[in-house]
Design a protein around this ligand. Structure first.
Ligand code: SF4
Length: 226
């Protein structure tokens, strides 16, 4: 797992070498030398200098700390990495470096990412297949191209309409949702989006739609498609 906050997810009392080697120590009997060699290689792979091994987390910037978190996630050679908002706490310029690193590592280690983010440009850059969630519910699942070209769920349509258009000559109609996001502790009855949906029907407050495949590989949870 790679966590959202690179400041809170590394033990400030441990050197980077100990942080990254801990998963390996827990699951193998490697000698100190083997451990150190392996961690050094991981640190190099994520773009950190070798002397990072002997430093503490506070000696690094946010982007570098996230690289340490990525090295730790790679330590056990996983097939799947869950990356929970891994760049949202970073400056925009650093975000692209970390995203490009994740892409390079994906190719090198043949990784699958479950990549959680709220920035739709980042999601588009990183994903092959996307699941859109509202209030803890999956409301639409599709491959990247279908989702961005033809979003079907009203919430996805609103999200995609909010992506800024860099060309000032192009007009874009933005769907602005009214009201606040309800508390997930006490979600609305029926469709969880009905209190804000611009096309809600009377039945939407009673019926909770489930995901239904409306096109090959494209699933939507909305009464409009049931
Ligand atoms: S089920 Fe109703 S409220 Fe929910 S997204 Fe569809 S139209 Fe909107």
């Amino acid at each position: 797992m790679v966590f959202q906050d690179p400041y809170a997810s590394l033990n400030p009392k441990q050197m980077v070498g100990d942080i990254v080697s801990e998963p390996i120590r827990n699951f193998s009997n490697k000698s100190m030398k083997e451990l150190k060699d392996e961690v050094m290689e991981l640190l190099t792979k994520v773009g950190l200098p070798g002397d990072a091994y002997y430093k503490y987390p506070h000696e690094f910037s946010g982007g570098q700390r996230q690289r340490i978190g990525i090295a730790r996630a790679l330590a056990l050679k996983p097939k799947l990495i869950v990356a929970d908002e891994p760049v949202s706490a970073l400056d925009v310029s650093v975000q692209s470096q970390v995203l490009n690193l994740l892409k390079e590592l994906q190719d090198e280690f043949d990784l699958t990412y479950l990549f959680i983010a709220h920035d739709l440009s980042v999601v588009k850059h990183m994903s092959d297949r996307i699941g859109v969630m509202y209030l803890g519910n999956l409301v639409e699942i599709a491959d990247k191209n279908s989702l961005y070209a033809e979003p079907l769920h009203p919430y996805t349509q609103a999200l995609i309409s909010a992506i800024p258009e860099p060309d000032p000559r192009k007009q874009k109609e933005r769907i602005i949702l009214q009201g606040d996001v309800p508390s997930p502790v006490n979600p609305p009855s029926g469709c969880p989006f009905h209190t804000r949906c611009p096309v809600a029907k009377e039945e939407c407050s009673r019926v909770k739609p489930t995901l239904k495949e409306v096109k090959p590989g494209h699933q939507v949870a909305c009464v409009l498609y049931n």
